[in-house]
Design a protein around this ligand. Structure first.
Ligand code: XIL
Length: 361
């Protein structure tokens, strides 16, 4: 009897190890029907689950990228293709071909679209060399009106301004958000009201679109989040903003509870703003292993369940979906594998964690 028990335990142990080894990035036995997709569950729960996509793989016939994307997600954002340098290639020359065809994929598949982004210090092409306040003011106005009008009724959410808060440590005593605006070429030319100006233009260009401020490193209850809160409070009091995007580019050290994520979200939702997680990825050191994939899955689970317990959080968007195409390895040395699907489009533990959280909502 004892022998049988020992053998059984040994067998279970070996079997456990083997499946752990085999699965690599993949899953423990999932607790859901594997025919189900994130999109189906999100739709049952009335939320959006989205991903940033890139034009080239989306239109490639050689891999399952677009199939997986439209089955699993109900919200699209272009990873790069709607940034200033892509849309307005030279003064008043707009290039629509790629953005249009991406928009059409989303609409044909009943997806919502997040437009990203109208004003940013980066990827702004020729505009960033303009050193003339009146000229730059016209450029911004022309850009926002032209782009938003083209996609009116198609793009429901716009990141009007991206990453405008930069904590100025020399003025760490000042809680005036104007002291903590990024000193980009927009600021140099247009002055401290450039954020508000952009939102005024966006409101006028498409009164039906939901206007968002989007930033990174504002997830925790920290100083940058405070200045962001003050900035958006001011915009909200003037009726110029509808929501805030928390990018959520994190690693496994981000702990929602210890970092005050829920209380931070609450101060924003108390303003009456809609909240989106806009660019989530959880980078891990590469090469990754079973343990680091599990830790990553836990981080996804904890962050998303905390986010969804705030009823103003209406969308969870990932910055890509397959580890085959992700900005992480190019921007964070020795990190990668940050997403929900591995390079072969197999669901990872992180995928299962997200699925479970959605199901429990
Ligand atoms: C990144 C893209 O993923 C890269 O392909 C590109 O080279 C640089 O920009 N915050 C943002 C996104 O708001 O637009 C950035 O996207 C990632 C950080």
């Amino acid at each position: 009897m004892k022998k049988i028990k020992i053998l059984a335990i040994l067998f279970l142990f070996m079997y456990g190890c083997e499946s752990a080894l085999n699965t690599g990035s993949g899953s423990l036995t999932p607790s859901y029907n594997t025919d189900e997709t994130l999109r189906q569950i999100a739709e049952e729960k009335g939320i959006y689950v989205g991903a940033a996509v890139a034009d080239t793989p989306l239109f490639s016939k050689n891999e399952p990228y677009s199939n997986v994307f439209v089955k699993e997600f109900n919200m699209m954002v272009c990873e790069n293709e709607m940034k200033f340098e892509y849309l307005q290639t030279s003064s008043n020359n707009f290039y629509w071909t790629i953005a249009d065809r991406m928009v059409n994929v989303a609409l044909a598949n009943n997806m919502k679209i997040r437009g990203h982004t109208l004003l940013w210090h980066s990827q702004s092409g020729w505009a960033s060399n303009v050193n003339n306040p009146a000229a730059l003011s016209n450029i911004l106005s022309n850009h926002i009106f032209t782009v938003m009008k083209r996609y009116s009724n198609k793009i429901n959410y716009w990141d009007v301004v991206n990453e405008a808060i930069e904590v100025n440590n020399a003025l760490s005593n000042s809680s005036n958000f104007y002291d903590h605006l990024r000193k980009s070429f927009w600021w140099t030319n247009l002055g401290s009201n450039y954020v508000e100006y952009a939102f005024q233009l966006a409101r006028a260009a498409d009164p039906t679109a939901k206007l968002f401020y989007n930033d990174y490193g504002i997830e925790a209850y920290n100083t940058k989040a405070l200045y962001t809160y003050l900035l958006v409070s001011n915009l909200k009091a003037k009726g110029l903003i509808d929501g805030v995007g928390f990018q959520m580019h994190i690693d496994t050290n981000f702990k929602p509870f210890q970092n005050g994520f829920a209380s931070n979200l609450k101060r924003f939702s108390d303003l009456g703003l809609e909240l989106h997680i806009t660019e989530m990825d959880v980078r891990i050191p590469i090469p990754a292993n079973y343990t680091s994939y599990s830790q990553q899955a836990n981080t996804y689970r904890e962050v998303i369940s905390t986010a969804l317990s705030n009823s103003n959080v209406t969308a969870i968007v990932f910055w890509g979906f397959t580890d085959k195409y992700s900005w992480v390895p190019g921007f964070f040395t020795n990190y990668g594998d940050a997403l929900l699907f591995d390079k072969n489009y197999q669901r990872k533990q992180s995928y299962n964690a997200v699925m479970e959280v959605l199901k429990n909502k």
